[in-house]
Design a binder for this molecule. Sequence first.
Ligand SMILES: Cc1cc2nc3c(=O)[nH]c(=O)nc-3n(C[C@H](O)[C@H](O)[C@H](O)COP(=O)(O)OP(=O)(O)OC[C@H]3O[C@@H](n4cnc5c(N)ncnc54)[C@H](O)[C@@H]3O)c2cc1C
Length: 285
Amino acid sequence: MIPAAFDYARPTTVDEALAAIVEGGEDAKVLAGGQSLIPVMRLRLAAPSLVVDLSKVAELRGVRDDGDAIVVGAMTTHSDVLADPLIAQHAPLVAEATATVADRQVRHRGTFGGALAHADPAGDLPAVALALDAEFVVAGPGGRRTVPAREFFVDYLTTALGEQDLLVEVRLPKLAGQWGMHYEKFHRVAQAWAIVGVAAAVRRENGHIAEARIGLTNMGPTPLRATAAEQALAGAAADAGAIAEAAGHAAEGTQPSDDLNAQADYREHLARVLTRRAVTAAAGI
Ligand SMILES: Cc1cc2nc3c(=O)[nH]c(=O)nc-3n(C[C@H](O)[C@H](O)[C@H](O)COP(=O)(O)OP(=O)(O)OC[C@H]3O[C@@H](n4cnc5c(N)ncnc54)[C@H](O)[C@@H]3O)c2cc1C
């Protein structure tokens, strides 16, 4: 399929990009790696009048250390995230989940910011961002603002980004203490989207689990935190029995869909099993 005709802008700065978006009006669309946008344009499910290509905006690329946080530029590709030593050191959960995204070709083009702005509930990175309490730096006509992950994902494929907003970078707060992390993904075949995924970060203290953060992929229209399981884990013994008991709460408060890949009750079962595995691995047991 061939997309409908569109105008094209290729800015080199964030300010130029914002000006182009404003000029393009409500039909303008930002292009990052194109791995999700181009297919929907080819199917004519989206027909923007203007495409604003961010590929030449160098300030949107790269990972840097900002003291209390690691900052990932929106246009940093999945491949670059995977190769980054700061991510490996401070946010291994991001690297682990990114390694499961599609195949090398998609990871070479697709971007960290694009995957989060697209907000597909089956995408692996939104649940990770939620588990790490990431902060989203958004630039718009009114200036810049920071949106916490819990407020960023609003509904199915819908975020707190306005029509004239640009996701600039994502801040991943550094975690103090003895944290372990793990991403568990259940998919039909390697390189496929998650049927369910679980992102776990666990802090251990004196043989106990002091704190657990659990993000769920594809258990509702947005990524979710498994709050009941998190509460059950806080202060629990770091052993198999306590983790299994807490993981039994993982599907509480979720709204998984029924589709060709799985029925809702099967997804709930997967959430419990994958939470047990992810927390066990993150706790180093
Ligand atoms: C075959 C295939 C398999 C895949 N499998 C997986 C998978 O297993 N797991 C997974 O998580 N993902 C998967 N993906 C998606 C992949 O992660 C994409 O990289 C991602 O969804 C979109 O990133 P992108 O950079 O290509 O964004 P684009 O496709 O360029 O943009 C996506 C959307 O986000 C908006 N957008 C992009 N950047 C910004 C920004 N900076 N500010 C505001 N809005 C922005 C665009 O306007 C568009 O609406 C797969 C994709 C393909 C093609």
